[in-house]
Write a protein that binds this ligand. Structure first.
Ligand SMILES: Cc1cc2nc3c(=O)[nH]c(=O)nc-3n(C[C@H](O)[C@H](O)[C@H](O)COP(=O)(O)OP(=O)(O)OC[C@H]3O[C@@H](n4cnc5c(N)ncnc54)[C@H](O)[C@@H]3O)c2cc1C
Length: 509
């Protein structure tokens, strides 16, 4: 038995929702992984009379495909989709059986209209919380369009393939044998990547909004819900709904919820926003703001939206070290997500740049997987909380270098080391290693506002206690502002403040 009793109970309830019979075709050998996969598939099949299993030979062993009875869907799992991929497996079972996906009709139509052959392969690690979104999106595309197929490949089971392709970041997706993208992507972003964009001509025809929120993270979602509840005509423009929460593994300080996972919280945020009459305009990026008769927001696709008030909630992104080698070896040894990419460095030597909470948490996590971790901190002391430092210093395979400046990430086709300068002696040192995890904080997404809004020296939007910026009618909230602390509850609170201030502004003007 591979499934824990409580998981099996939950699965049992999901399988009741299956609509039609499905056929799982398994390609198994005599190796342990194949045998484990067979145990899992047979265990699932024993739970529903709608699931039939037959043996076959697929390009990879162990693997299995999930099909309609008389039609192959192209959805294949190579390896055993447990861990974060178990949800992808459950969704595939339900959707292949005919259960309708939660997707706007416009997106479904765009998928069905795709012409040509698209054979996707996605390499994942089972501990990667960015991978399921890509796997689930591509599986759904395969189910909806017979010209599309998708295979999820567990890097842990197919190590040789991962090494021969030099894959050092997950998810890494290939289309018709060629690398196409790496990292978390929404279904809409994947469609845009292969050239299917929504009809943006209609955006220019939208009425003037009362409130236009830019950003779909905790701050933007909270702001939109508050203004919609005041009866204001509200829209959200978001490049990636959920924001940084999507990249968070475990959240334990979202008050009243003891524990949750980022993607789960992001999905609840979107569901809550969708329960109001809020126009969600995604995935679009704002590129400029100006004030004429109304406040005008221009999008990267040149569409122009107009609103009586605007709330900026564009959050932040990981800060780069800015040294030679960082861009060149991105996804070839330089990584920003330890939870996702850590397993690819199993048994190897890595560095973590940054001695704050994020860096030290990453070093502790990685120490359990890799051979050795070197932490490089620019300042003479680590900035992480004492409790984290205590755990770190007890680990046998971690070296901490303080007061050092990263000078270069070296390599040829992938990372082979890191060079740094000891700041007190000026000596240049080099450590051979295979991975560099950058964890040096965040940079606000405000580049597009530099000409119009007052920013501080950290490029954060300067706001007052009402969330007002220097332009009347333009408010800001969350991590893109000069708020001293960047947390989910704080962002949601400041989103609510900005929303109530926008309401106040509108009734006075
Ligand atoms: C790894 C990690 C772990 C964390 N763990 C925790 C935790 O445990 N607890 C906690 O409280 N906080 C945690 N945080 C911090 C928390 O995630 C942030 O404080 C919070 O998400 C900020 O919300 P926000 O809405 O201001 O911005 P974001 O979450 O950054 O959202 C910004 C939104 O704006 C969109 N956007 C950006 N630019 C544009 C543009 N030009 N046009 C249109 N849309 C745009 C983005 O796509 C996104 O939708 C963590 C952060 C990280 C990175």
């Amino acid at each position: 038995m591979l499934l824990e009793p409580d998981i099996k109970n939950q699965l049992d309830q999901y399988l009741q929702l299956m609509e039609n019979e499905i056929l799982i075709k398994v390609s198994a050998g005599s190796d342990t992984n194949s045998q484990d996969m067979l145990v899992l598939v047979n265990e699932i099949a024993s739970m529903s009379p709608k699931i039939k299993v037959e043996e076959t030979v697929l390009p990879r062993t162990p693997s299995f495909s999930i099909n309609k009875v008389n039609e192959d869907t192209g959805v294949t799992f190579a390896g055993i989709p447990l861990g974060h991929e178990f949800t992808s497996l459950v969704l595939a079972l339900l959707q292949v059986s005919g259960r309708a996906p939660k997707l706007e009709q416009e997106v479904i139509d765009r998928i069905k209209d795709l012409k040509g052959e698209y054979h996707f392969e996605t390499y994942v690690s089972l501990s990667c919380n960015n991978c399921p979104e890509v796997v689930q999106a591509l599986n759904l595309m395969s189910i909806l369009n017979p010209n599309i197929s998708h295979t999820m490949i567990d890097g842990g089971t197919f190590k040789e393939e991962v090494e021969s392709k030099d894959i050092m970041a997950v998810p890494s997706t290939y289309l018709n044998g060629e690398f196409i993208f790496s990292g978390r992507m929404t279904l809409e972003e994947i469609l845009a990547k292969i050239g299917s964009n929504p009809d943006s001509s209609k955006l220019n025809d939208k009425d003037v909004f009362d409130v236009l929120v830019i950003g779909g993270g905790p701050a933007g979602a909270s702001a939109a819900i508050y203004t919609a509840r005041k009866g204001l005509h509200t829209a959200i423009v978001a490049e990636r709904f959920g924001g940084q929460v999507l990249d968070t593994m475990s959240i334990e300080n979202f008050i009243s919820v003891k524990h949750t996972e980022g993607p789960k919280l992001a999905a609840s945020l979107e569901e809550h926003v969708k329960s109001y009459n809020i126009d969600i305009i995604k995935p679009y990026k704002a590129k400029s703001l100006r004030k004429n008769e109304f406040i005008e927001i221009e999008l990267e696709n040149d569409a122009l939206l107009k609103s009586k008030s605007v709330i900026i909630a564009t959050g932040a992104r990981p800060r780069k070290v800015g040294v030679p080698g960082e861009e060149e070896f991105r996804n070839k040894g330089v990584a920003y997500c330890p939870h996702c990419d850590g397993p690819l460095f199993e048994g190897k030597n890595v560095a973590v740049i940054g001695g704050g909470n994020a860096g030290i948490e990453a070093a502790i996590d990685l120490a359990g997987i890799v051979n050795h971790v070197t932490v490089l901190e620019f300042l003479p002391e680590l900035k992480a909380d004492a409790i984290l430092q205590e755990i770190l210093y007890k680990l046998p395979n971690v070296t901490v270098l303080k007061n050092v400046q990263t000078q270069k990430i070296t390599g040829t086709s992938k990372v082979d080391g890191i060079s740094y300068i000891e700041r007190d002696t000026g000596a240049l040192k080099h450590i051979p290693l295979e991975g560099v995890f950058v964890q040096i904080g965040l940079i606000p997404n405000t580049d597009w506002l530099e000409e119009t809004l007052t920013l501080n020296k950290l490029k954060e939007i300067v706001v007052d206690k009402n969330g007002s910026t220097n332009i009347p009618g333009v408010f800001a909230a969350g991590d893109c502002t000069d708020s001293p602390y960047k947390q989910i509850v704080i962002s949601m609170g400041s989103g609510a403040t900005a929303a109530l201030s926008a309401f106040d502004y509108l009734i006075r003007n």
